[in-house]
Design a protein around this ligand. Structure first.
Ligand code: 13P
Length: 256
């Protein structure tokens, strides 16, 4: 059985003081947590060092929201994989739709970032998902298939075993409109099938595929109990300790 991973993408929210408060609230609520799911928080860069020290001896793991495809050099404003591992980051979100939309990231660039992250020992959370226009045009499957192929280009099987995929339909992000559990599960199955075809079914069976897009305390149980939904990538609801905990709890219950 695949272990569920619930990750909070804080996006551009929470300064270091607010970060400290939110982590303290989360830890308070996690006192009796039995470790049935992996929990990751992805605060902004400026909070990572503080967050790392504040999650010590807790079940929470640390992730970043983005990174450069380069090692170092004259890339003003960028952060490298090595910088992230040096502060104890384990995960990094790559190719979020907001990076695709606002910063023009392509599958090709995302593929380069994934390779760099893996070579430095980071676990990439690779985001894919169709836009509203694409969904309405009935081309979700085509878009997903193209993205999977593009982001995994020339990755070795051993590398694919180390990453997570997050299916985030763009029309569901921050809109309050989530995909129905069945709708999401169907796309997750498609992703798994495709990874199975490119690599092997052993690899695709182990692949963790999270759902992201307006997951909240109310819909988490239904989504996380689907056969192929192995966790969540949570935006808005990860900014409030009680809401994030409710989703973690739903993940734990769905894990049985
Ligand atoms: P919301 O949960 O706010 O819809 O955001 C989802 C997301 O983009 C997580 O990466």
């Amino acid at each position: 059985m695949r272990r569920k991973v619930v990750a909070g993408n804080w996006k551009m929210n929470k300064n270091i003081h607010e970060t400290a408060n939110l982590i303290a609230e989360l830890r308070e609520r996690m006192k009796d947590f039995k470790n049935q799911v992996d929990i990751v928080i992805c605060p902004p860069y400026t909070s990572l060092v503080v967050a790392k020290s504040l999650i010590k001896d807790s079940p929470i793991k640390l992730g970043a929201q983005n990174m450069s495809q380069y090692d170092d050099g004259a890339y003003t404003g960028e952060i490298s994989a090595k910088m992230l591992t040096a502060i104890g980051c384990q995960y990094v979100i790559i190719g979020h739709s907001e990076r695709r939309q606002f910063f023009k990231e392509t599958d090709e660039l995302i593929n380069a970032k994934i390779k760099k992250a893996l070579s430095e020992g980071l676990t990439p959370i690779v985001c894919i998902g169709e836009t509203l226009n694409e969904q309405e045009a009935g081309i979700t499957d085509k878009i997903i298939t193209t993205q999977v192929k593009g982001v995994l280009h020339e990755l070795k099987a051993a590398e694919v075993e180390k990453l997570l995929i997050a299916y985030e339909p763009v029309w569901a992000i921050g809109t309050g409109k989530n995909a129905t559990p069945e709708q999401a599960n169907q796309v997750h199955k498609l992703i798994r099938k495709q990874v199975g075809q490119i690599y092997s079914w052993q690899i695709s069976e182990k692949l963790i595929i999270q759902y992201g897009g307006s997951m909240n305390a109310q819909n988490a149980s239904m989504l996380l109990s689907q056969t192929d939904i192995d966790g969540g990538l949570i935006g808005g609801a990860s900014l409030k300790a009680d809401l994030f905990m409710a989703i973690i709890q739903a993940g734990a219950e769905a894990s049985g």
